[in-house]
Design a binder for this molecule. Structure first.
Ligand SMILES: Nc1ncnc2c1ncn2[C@@H]1O[C@H](COP(=O)(O)OP(=O)(O)OP(=O)(O)O)[C@@H](O)[C@H]1O
Ligand SMILES: [Mg+2]
Length: 285
């Protein structure tokens, strides 16, 4: 659904994104991670046809980024929740959404149905007539998500949608993203929240101007494990890296007992996406 090939974007002397090649399939939640200034927002802005690419290729569905005739078609099938939400503060939530619906040429019935549907899903239906300036940051963030969905886009770009949200709001938005995935929409999610990425993304890309790693969360964690085989003891704890626990653990336990050791607890420790991320990003600095 989204495909890039050696996509590069430079701003005068700054290379923001270099030779990015990736593919996101229909119905997939793709998490895009990377340190501040890595080029995540720039990538999304190029893919959303807000800024031009410098070189390389990118496609959304059958449409080509950079082809003027396709830009309008791309805009019709994508929705964007930008990092800076930018709503009309003096208009009510409902009027904001209705305005965007009109821009996208949705019919009155479509606008009414969708606004009600999505505002109810995100718990904003009861405050629909309040001016947006009276909304909290989290409420505005949710409203920006509904705004991006008003024309029922197939592809949704979310640039840090849960930044600044409290844990409960974060969970609502995460659950909402998963519902959109079930509706077969393709989600491209920029986030700094590694736990969130690990929970909801089918695949993850780590960007640091260039793409540093790409894969399912499990593949990324496995790659860390393969790179680091270890036995560490600290105090009365022994941490042993095993590749096949069912096969290897009995022998290890027997050896500990035979050597006169007492085993109090055995617990399983998994690599987290955070460990993978920190290792990959630090290795490149
Ligand atoms: N309009 C612009 N003009 C000049 N440089 C820019 C512009 N937009 C972005 N950049 C530069 O491009 C690089 C990538 O920025 P970008 O905003 O894409 O990073 P990001 O990964 O989204 O970071 P963050 O996690 O902080 O949101 C940075 O060095 C930034 O200064
Ligand atoms: Mg950004």
């Amino acid at each position: 659904m989204i495909e890039t090939n050696n996509l590069t974007k430079t701003f005068s002397d700054v290379t923001a994104v270099e030779d990015l090649t990736l593919r996101v399939d229909e119905g997939e939640v793709f998490g895009f991670l990377g340190p501040n200034g890595a080029g995540k927002t720039t990538t999304v802005r190029v893919l959303a046809c807000l800024i031009s690419k410098t070189s390389g290729e990118a496609r959304i569905g059958n449409y080509e980024i950079g082809n003027d005739a396709d830009a309008l078609k791309i805009r019709k099938i994508i929705g964007l929740v930008p990092d800076n939400v930018g709503l009309y503060e003096d208009l009510s939530a409902y009027r904001n959404l209705d305005f965007y619906g009109r821009l996208y040429e949705c019919t009155v019935a479509q606008r009414e149905d969708r606004i009600e549907h999505f505002l109810k899903m995100l718990g904003l239906w009861n405050v629909r007539d309040r001016a947006v300036r009276t909304f909290s940051k989290g409420m505005k963030q949710k409203l920006a998500i509904v705004r991006a969905l008003i024309h029922e886009p197939q592809v949704l770009f979310l640039d840090e949608p849960t930044a600044n949200l409290d844990p409960e709001f974060q969970k609502t938005v995460r659950d909402f993203i998963l519902e959109l995935k079930h509706e077969k929409r393709t989600i491209f999610l920029n986030t700094h929240n590694l736990d969130e990425a690990q929970r909801i993304c089918d695949r993850i890309g780590i960007l640091n101007t260039k793409l540093v790693a790409e894969g399912t969360p499990e593949q990324l964690m496995e790659s860390l494990r393969l790179g680091l085989r270890y036995v560490v003891s600290s105090g009365n704890r022994l941490v042993i890296d095993v590749s096949d626990p069912e096969k290897e653990n009995p022998g290890i336990m027997e050896a500990i007992v035979a050597a006169g050791g007492h085993i109090q607890f055995i617990t399983e420790k998994h690599a987290t996406l955070e460990e993978v991320y920190l290792k990959l990003v630090r290795d490149r600095q």
